[in-house]
Design a protein around this ligand. Structure first.
Ligand SMILES: [Zn+2]
Length: 486
């Protein structure tokens, strides 16, 4: 979180970046029937969390000025410090199960400790399971007297109608140019920064309507450049920070060379890129392209065709779903690339271990036949058993860690002798990730659960030997396995 974001975060309703949101909140707070269950819905970085905290202050302030919190009384101060025991903030993405919500409900019925009102804020609430939503229904409808619920979401389409109908809904939108500029001007004036007008324009344009992106970029540039900022500084900063746009991605996808894209993503990870923003920009690009196929906007005939465009959009949406559950921030986008290019037909240049039953390679059809024969003769009954149960292994692992599940999805059991399993993965970094102690433990747990016995596993990566892919692939003799397990 940037320094500017904390320092210039709105602390009153009238200071919220979106004027229509402050107007609506003011109106509701003035009315006699103050709702206790709220939904703040809208895009990332549009100010939902700030608004939730201001609401928490507004209902607890000891000396409110109209509907505004005073920001000085001990209640306002306690909330502003962010350590009040009566303001419970949870992330719906990592506390999505029915048990999480039951625990939350238990604490909901306890009275507040220091403040007048207890406030429960659930961020990314659309990630809750259906059962969890059901468990919430009643308490949302009839919350205990001094309890407020503030649910925040970037995707209210995923919230059941039964829940929505019980909430007072406030809609947030992406910032338009004026409101973005206003929020930036606050910092420019406050920090006495001299900045070229064109530099401001470019920053606004590249913020994608997100106040948070805007402040974060500006904060970074300020830290690197100081109080005099020119257009060139902003251009240089943006160039260094992942200007890998949808158009560039499409071009790279057309070369069917996953290594290039994965290499770029890994490099961007080292530079500390925000992959969530990158994903949104890519999604926006491909959505525009999709509409073009139907005569809406410009039709772009170069690059991916309609089906491929649809596919990449589906994969990018899925990546968004798991991004909060994944510790490795670039991994969801890497899986998009792997999934997309891995599903090309046999003539593709791309080689990726596919599902246990089949594989896609660039080798000719006759060679594939030979290879399949080899599979039949070399693999033992054991490994086939695991291959058949691979789906169960994925299911067993998923609740513990989605990124491990994603990695296993792109792996396949290659051989098994006694209790030693060899998994084949395409990329070296997949092998490294799967063999990290924390992830390894999860895989072992999943395998044990499905196979009913303790096993060991090792990964082999085919990346390094892709040039002689089919020649030595299935000759995992005992000796070879021993080498692997050294
Ligand atoms: Zn106050």
């Amino acid at each position: 979180m940037s320094v500017f974001h904390l320092k210039y975060r709105p602390s009153k309703i009238s200071e919220l970046d979106l004027a229509e949101v402050s107007d609506k909140l003011t109106k509701i707070l003035k009315s006699k029937d103050m709702p206790q269950s709220w939904l703040l819905a809208g895009p990332k970085g549009s100010g939902k969390t700030s608004a939730a905290r201001i609401l928490a202050k507004a209902v607890n302030c000891l000396n409110p000025v109209g509907v505004e919190p005073c920001d000085k009384c001990k209640n306002c101060q306690e909330i502003a410090r962010g350590n009040s025991l009566d303001i419970i903030e949870i992330d719906g993405a990592s506390n999505r199960g029915v048990d999480d919500i039951r625990n939350l409900k238990e604490s909901a019925y306890l009275s507040s400790i220091n403040l007048k009102k207890k406030v429960i804020i659930i961020d990314e609430v659309h990630m809750l399971t259906r059962e969890a939503f059901n468990a919430l229904l009643k308490v949302l409808e009839e919350p205990p007297k001094n309890l407020f619920f503030i649910l925040c979401t970037t995707d209210d389409n995923k919230i059941p109608e039964t829940v929505l109908s019980r909430l007072c809904q406030i809609r947030f939108v992406k910032g338009d140019k004026d409101s973005l500029k206003k929020s930036l001007d606050k910092i420019i004036l406050g920090e006495k920064i001299k900045i070229e007008e064109a530099a401001i324009e470019l920053l606004l344009e590249k913020s994608d309507g997100s106040f948070r992106n805007l402040q974060r970029n500006f904060n970074e540039i300020f830290l690197q450049i100081g109080t005099k900022i020119g257009l060139k500084d902003v251009v240089d900063y943006l160039a260094k920070n992942g200007e890998y746009e949808g158009e560039d991605l499409e071009e790279d996808l057309m070369t069917e060379n996953a290594e290039i894209i994965l290499g770029k993503l890994e490099k961007m990870a080292k530079d500390g890129i925000n992959f969530s923003n990158l994903r949104e920009r890519w999604l926006g690009y491909f959505q525009t392209k999709l509409l073009g196929f139907y005569g809406i906007g410009n039709k772009n005939d170069d690059g991916l065709d309609l089906l491929q465009t649809k596919k990449i959009i589906e994969l990018l949406i899925e990546a968004g779903r798991v991004e909060k559950l994944t510790e490795i921030s670039q991994l969801p986008l890497e899986m998009v690339v792997v999934d997309f290019l891995g599903k090309k037909d046999e003539t593709s240049n791309f080689k990726l271990p596919a599902s246990p039953a089949g594989r896609q390679t660039s080798i000719k059809k006759e060679e594939i036949k030979i290879e399949e024969k080899k599979v039949e003769t070399v693999v033992t009954g054991n490994v086939e058993d695991i291959a058949k149960k691979w789906g169960e292994v994925l299911v067993a692992v998923k609740p513990f860690n989605h990124s491990v599940e994603a990695l296993l999805r792109a792996a396949r059991p290659l051989s098994m002798s006694k209790n030693k399993i060899v998994l084949e993965v395409f990329y070296k970094f997949h092998k490294e990730r799967l063999e990290e102690a924390k992830n390894k433990e999860i895989v072992l747990k999943g395998l044990e659960k499905v196979l009913g016995k303790k096993v060991e596993f090792k990964c082999v990566s085919t990346e390094s030997k892709k040039n002689n892919f089919q020649t030595d692939k299935f000759q995992t003799s005992e000796k070879k396995e021993e080498e692997i397990f050294v």
